[in-house]
Ligand binder design. Structure first.
Ligand code: 5AD
Ligand code: SF4
Length: 444
C-alpha cells in the first residue's frame, strides 16, 4: 500500500489545491496518513508570498532529512516549487518531486515517474491553458466548499510573486463552475466560496462570455446553497455590478475583501496597483451606499520601499475613513523576480515593525467599536464547531464574523443534537475585537 502525507502552507487557493492533489493521489491508489512518520511520500504544498513563509518549507525538509534513509520520498509543491524550481534539488537533495500548481493536472504522470525510480521529477511549466479541474477533490470541510473559478494572475503589482508562481490568468467555464456548485449542493454542502487570485477579472472562456457579476448571480441561484462567498478581489476590476448582485440576493454574503495595500496614492503608484486612493474610495462608497450592510475587509503592506511617515499616516487615515471590519497587515518583504527589487529607499526592519504595531493597534480600536455596535442585534450564524472548554457553539455570520453562542436546547454536539452544519439565529450579547458572543433564539 502506498501512503502519503501532505502539509499545506499559504492561502485558500493553496488549501483547495491540496484538496485536489489529495483527491488525485487517492484516485491513483495512494492512502493519506495523518503523520509524516507513517508516509512513504511526504508532500509540502508551499507558499512564497513573504520570505518567512518560504523559509518554513526548508525548515520542514531539514527536520525530516534523516528519514530519507528509511525509503521515504519528498515532494515540494506550490509556489516555492514554482519559484525555486530545480534549485530545490540542490538545496535539499532528498527531494524527488518539484511541481508548481499549473502542472498539477499532470500529477498522475509524475507519480508514475516517481514510482519508476526517477528521483528528479519536475512539473514547472507555466504555459498551461487549463485550470486544474479534477473530479477527485477530497474536501476537508463537510459543509463549506471551495470552487476555483480563475487561476493565475495577469497583474504586475511591484511587490508580488504570484504572477511568477501561479502563471497567467485562466478562467474556468461558467457551466463547469455551476455544475460543480450543483453537485456540491446535492452532496449536502450549504456554503460555497468562489476562489481566484483575482476573481473580479473572471471572464467565461465559453461563448456565453460571463463576467464575474454574472457568474456570482448564477451561483446565488443554485438550489440548496445558502451562502456564497468569494475571494480575492483587486480594486481595479471591482465594478459596481458586483455590489448590485449582492444587493439582489441574500445568498451572496455581506462581505467583500478588497485589498488596498496602502492609503497613499504615491505608494500605490510605486506599487503599480493602477488605482488611486480616490478610485478605491469610490468602490467603498458603492458598498456603504448599499441597503445591505456589507462588511469590508482588506490587506495592508507597511514599509514598502520609499513609504514616508506621511504616506504611512495616509494609510492610518484610510483606516479611519473606511472603518474596516477586519484587516490583514504585513511588513513588506522583498521577493524574487518582482519589480520592487529595483527600488531603493528600503525601510529598516525596526521601522516596519513600529508601523505595523501602530496600524494594528488602530484597527483593534476600530473593531472593538464596530463589534460593540452589534450588541443587542440578532444575526444568523452558520455553525462550524463546538468549543468544549467554553460550552459554546462556534458560528460565522454572513459578514464573516465569528459568533460564539450558547443554545438552551442544544447543550453539546452529541449525535442528532449537533448544530454543526446548521444555521441558528443568535442574539449578540458581547463583543470583542475579533469575535462576538451571544445566545441562540431559534434554530433552523
Ligand atoms: N510583502 C509583504 N506582503 C505581501 N503581500 C503580497 N506580497 C507581499 C510582499 N512582498 C500581501 C498583500 C496581499 C496579501 C495576500 O499578502 O497584502 O494582499
Ligand atoms: Fe502563498 Fe500567494 Fe502562493 Fe497563495 S498564491 S500560496 S498566498 S504565494
Amino acid at each position: 500500500m502506498k501512503t502519503f502525507y501532505i502539509e499545506t502552507f499559504g492561502c485558500q487557493m493553496n488549501a483547495h489545491d491540496s484538496e485536489k492533489v489529495v483527491g488525485t493521489l487517492v484516485s491513483e491508489g495512494y492512502t493519506q496518513v495523518p503523520a509524516p512518520e507513517q508516509a512513504d511520500l511526504i508532500l509540502y504544498n508551499t507558499c512564497s508570498i513573504r520570505d518567512k513563509a518560504e523559509q518554513k518549507v526548508f525548515h520542514r525538509l531539514q527536520q525530516f532529512k534523516k528519514q530519507q534513509g528509511q525509503g521515504k520520498l519528498f515532494g515540494v509543491l506550490g509556489c516555492v516549487a514554482q519559484q525555486e524550481g530545480e534549485r530545490i534539488f540542490e538545496r535539499a537533495p532528498h527531494v524527488s518531486l518539484v511541481a508548481g500548481s499549473a502542472s498539477y493536472s499532470k500529477l498522475p504522470q509524475m507519480l508514475v515517474q516517481l514510482e519508476a525510480g526517477n528521483r528528479h521529477v519536475t512539473g514547472l511549466s507555466l504555459d498551461t491553458d487549463e485550470a486544474f479541474d479534477t473530479p477527485f477533490t477530497r474536501r476537508d470541510n463537510p459543509h463549506r466548499a471551495y470552487i476555483t473559478i480563475i487561476e493565475g494572475c495577469d497583474k504586475a503589482c511591484a511587490y508580488c510573486v504570484v504572477p511568477f508562481t501561479r502563471g497567467p490568468e485562466r478562467s474556468r467555464a461558467g457551466a463547469s463552475v455551476l455544475k460543480e456548485a450543483r453537485e456540491l449542493a446535492s452532496m449536502g454542502y450549504k456554503e460555497i466560496q468562489l476562489l481566484g487570485q483575482n476573481v473580479n477579472s473572471y471572464r467565461d472562456p465559453s461563448p456565453a462570455g460571463w463576467d464575474f457579476a454574472r457568474l456570482l448571480r448564477a451561483a446565488g441561484q443554485v438550489q440548496g446553497i445558502r451562502r456564497v462567498r468569494f475571494t480575492t478581489s483587486h480594486p481595479r476590476d471591482f465594478v459596481k455590478d458586483i455590489v448590485d448582485a449582492i444587493e439582489e440576493n441574500p445568498v451572496l454574503c455581506n462581505h467583500v475583501h478588497l485589498p488596498v495595500q496602502s492609503g497613499s496614492s504615491n505608494v500605490l503608484e510605486r506599487m503599480q496597483r493602477l488605482y488611486t486612493r480616490d478610485d478605491y474610495m469610490r468602490r467603498i462608497e458603492w458598498m456603504k451606499a448599499a441597503r445591505r450592510n456589507i462588511a469590508i475587509t482588506t490587506d495592508i503592506i507597511v514599509g514598502f520601499p520609499g513609504e514616508t511617515e506621511t504616506d504611512f499616516e495616509q494609510t492610518l487615515s484610510l483606516l479611519e475613513e473606511v472603518q474596516y471590519d477586519s484587516l490583514f497587515s504585513f511588513k513588506y518583504s522583498r521577493r524574487p523576480n518582482t519589480s520592487a527589487l529595483a527600488l531603493d529607499d528600503h525601510i529598516p526592519e525596526e521601522e516596519k515593525t513600529r508601523r505595523l504595531a501602530i496600524l494594528q493597534e488602530k484597527q483593534r480600536a476600530i473593531q472593538i467599536r464596530r463589534n460593540s455596535e452589534l450588541v443587542g442585534t440578532v444575526d444568523e450564524a452558520f455553525v462550524e464547531g463546538y468549543n468544549q472548554a467554553t460550552g459554546q457553539w462556534i458560528g460565522r455570520t454572513t459578514q464573516n464574523r465569528i459568533l460564539n453562542f450558547i443554545h438552551p436546547e442544544h447543550a453539546g454536539p452529541s449525535g442528532d443534537e449537533t448544530l454543526i452544519g446548521k444555521y441558528s439565529d443568535v442574539r449578540i450579547t458581547r463583543a470583542g475585537p475579533n469575535s462576538l458572543a451571544g445566545e441562540a433564539v431559534t434554530c433552523v
